[in-house]
Design a protein around this ligand. Structure first.
Ligand SMILES: [Zn+2]
Length: 182
């Protein structure tokens, strides 16, 4: 799913459905553009429509990210996230693979300044921390975990959504880092 976040509490947040509609509209307008003759008046008009769609999508994303980061900064004293990478796991946020235009990076900087304004902390966990492979209940680490395994199973009896398990691990690792630094 596109622009998806998973929290250690098990909650999820994603771009509302109407954002998808704007994306579909963009695809339609782009197809139309490809059928216009380059340099013609129709082509120039259509190019403007495509640009407007892009702008609308950018604004909708920004709006969503502002609201989400403001809510987190309001409700938590510290937020632990996985440091920037494409997969974008965070503690607990998880952005889906479809994240475009560095959405996760922009989101993190928004979240960081909103937390700082309130004297709170954004704690970044190293991207090489094996957040997905560790059992968040007993701490045992799996040698392998394929991407198709959506549920994390452990011998200890833990059975958990894969992303929520990772988010809890990131939160715990963030806490550990924070206490070490404090
Ligand atoms: Zn376990």
């Amino acid at each position: 799913m596109h622009g998806m976040c998973v929290f250690s509490t098990g909650e999820r947040a994603g771009y509302p459905m109407f954002y998808r509609n704007t994306e579909k509209k963009l695809a339609r307008e782009q197809r139309k553009l490809s059928r216009c003759q380059r340099g013609s008046r129709n082509y120039e008009k259509q190019k403007k429509r495509v640009a407007l769609c892009h702008e609308k999508i950018r604004n909708q994303r920004k709006d969503f990210q502002h609201k989400l980061s403001a809510g987190l900064a309001e409700n938590y004293d510290a937020v632990c996230v996985e440091d920037l990478n494409l997969k974008g796991m965070a503690g607990g946020l998880h952005f889906g693979k479809g994240v475009h235009d560095n959405g996760y990076g922009l989101f993190l900087s928004m979240l960081e300044y909103k937390l700082e304004e309130r004297g709170k902390y954004l704690i970044k966990v190293d991207r090489y921390f094996a957040s997905s492979k560790i059992c968040s209940v007993c701490g045992k680490k799996k040698a392998e975990l394929s991407l198709s395994e959506r549920i994390y199973y452990c011998e200890c009896g833990n059975r958990m959504d894969r992303d929520v398990n990772a988010a809890v691990n990131i939160m715990n690792e963030g806490k550990r880092i924070f206490t070490e630094c404090a």
